[in-house]
Design a protein around this ligand. Structure first.
Ligand code: ADP
Ligand code: MG
Length: 471
């Protein structure tokens, strides 16, 4: 029932940075801490009279992201107080950045980035019955916020951008960016309009997976369309995503930026980034690792099929593993064989066992030697698949496994000669047919030989042995 409305989306993405200590104090940043209020100090608990100190690593991490996005790194930057009252921010304000963000501009996956800035995370509140709890382990953790321009026009494009950003953040080593752990949080601003002018935007929060990002956008598109078509107006509000019901619900009518009464944080120094050697634009650029799109280009040049390239690079671990495998194999045919196993058998195995850490048990070295074995005809493709399953489950040496499971193909000339003589004497008429020009007869003889060896013979070597005897 599309009524020709154009969908417009801008994303706001937060990522908890992987620094050892918090943004403005030396309390530990440990996302795995299970005991409440363990990693805290007077600064991150917001006690009056305490003074924050800027975590240089956090500044560096955000600049690294900015550099990878091709954004411009601020020459002058400062922090601001964003004032609001809530139990998870007992100072009464969050230290964030407003007028002078660390990074302005940039582009990722075809989407223009407005800015990337740094702020502190809030405490985590939880509610049990009548009681509410606040855990300050998370309070003050360095949080990167990236804001895109309203230039995304479909749910899929939003999902694709968010996935690419996660991959980039992981590649740069600045955050583990797991959505389910809240290390990466996505908010989608969504509006629809029939004219060039944007419609009223709705901000959707609690999107805990890429799927929910896509589904919430698709849901909002339809909801807003219904509102407008029935003569109503879309309220500018914050909505939550109900994963169970697969729908958005109203949380609160949005407050304007002015109500935060932003002003420069007087307790922190202003920063002149160009004067800090590690934050110099050139230094940052020169020290970037290979970026996902660069990796894709390199794989493409290796002659790997487009879909395979996308699959290989989609996970950081898979890309790292594959690079190690390439180092061992070096040959295009062998590499393509490795790609096939990676994107089918191996990807399938890790899909089924999603609790496993990928490429922890299977090593690049053993996988590469398995590829060598199958390419050299020492094991059949069937046998290789069986060995691979063992390597995935238990690890080990593929040669030894082949030995133990009798999966080596028989290539021994003497043994194959014996088999050839036997089948020739048992199938005299077929041999005659072959000699009179019936090519298919040779296939039949090879088949007989495979049967006799219970599939252990190397078909190519067996063919040679048969031909040698017929001649
Ligand atoms: P606010 O001041 O309400 O936070 P911003 O201008 O900072 O709004 O924009 C926040 C996010 O919303 C950005 O990602 C931006 O691209 C997006 N956005 C702004 N206007 C619209 C709109 N009309 N439709 C969709 N997204 C929008
Ligand atoms: Mg905003």
């Amino acid at each position: 029932m599309s009524k020709n409305y154009k969908l417009t989306i801008g994303l706001e993405v937060h990522a908890e940075l992987k620094t050892n200590t918090k943004m403005f104090c030396d309390s530990k940043n440990d996302p795995d801490e299970t005991e409440s209020n363990k990693n805290v100090c007077p600064i991150c608990m917001g006690h009056p009279g305490t003074l924050p100190v800027i975590n240089k690593k956090a500044v560096e991490y955000v600049c690294r992201v900015g550099s990878a996005l091709g954004g411009s790194i601020a020459d002058f930057t400062e922090f601001d107080r964003k004032n609001y009252f809530y139990p998870d921010i007992p100072k009464g304000y969050q230290i964030s950045q407003y007028k002078y963000p660390l990074v302005s501009g940039g582009r990722l996956d075809g989407v223009d980035v407005t800015r990337v800035h740094l702020e502190e995370d809030t405490a985590r509140s939880s509610h049990r019955g009548e009681e509410s709890y606040v855990d300050f382990n998370r309070a003050g953790i360095a949080l990167m916020e990236l804001v895109t321009e309203p230039v995304i026009h479909s749910a899929e494009q939003a999902g694709s951008f968010a996935r690419e950003l996660q991959l980039l953040i992981r590649t740069l080593g600045v955050s583990d960016a797991n959505l389910d752990k809240g290390e990466m949080r996505i908010e989608a601003n969504i509006s629809i309009s029939k004219t060039e002018e944007f419609g009223t935007k709705v901000e959707v929060k609690n999107l805990n997976s890429f799927r929910s990002v896509e589904r919430a956008i698709a849901y909002e598109f339809i909801r807003q369309e219904k509102v407008l078509e029935s003569g109503g107006t879309v309220d500018q509000e914050t909505r939550g995503w109900d994963e169970g019901k697969q729908e958005t619900f109203s949380q609160r009518i949005k407050e304007g930026a002015a109500e935060y009464r932003y002003f420069p944080e007087p307790d922190l120094p202003k920063l002149m980034l160009s004067e800090i050697p590690e934050l110099n634009e050139k230094f940052l650029k020169d020290n970037l690792p290979e970026l996902p799109w660069e990796k894709r280009e390199r794989y493409q040049k290796l002659g790997i099929k487009e879909q395979d390239v996308l699959d290989l690079v989609a996970s950081l671990e898979r890309g790292v593993f594959f690079d190690e495998v390439i180092e061992y194999l070096k040959d295009e045919k062998k590499i393509q064989r490795a790609v096939n196993y990676l994107t089918s058998d191996i990807a399938g195995y890790y899909n089924e066992h999603s609790d496993l850490v990928e490429f922890e048990i299977l090593t690049a070295k053993s996988f590469a030697s398995l590829i060598e074995m199958v390419c050299a005809g020492k094991v059949s493709s069937r046998g290789a698949k069986d060995i691979l399953q063992i390597l995935l489950k238990e690890g080990g040496d593929p040669e030894k496994i082949a030995e133990e499971k009798s999966l080596f193909q028989v290539e021994d000339e003497g043994a194959l000669k014996k088999v050839a003589i036997e089948i020739i004497s048992e199938n005299g008429n077929v041999v005659t047919e072959y000699k009179s020009g019936k090519e298919a007869s040779l296939q039949f003889l090879i088949g007989q030989g495979m049967k006799k060896t219970k599939g252990a013979a190397n078909p190519e070597a067996l063919k040679k042995a048969i031909l040698a005897e017929i001649r």
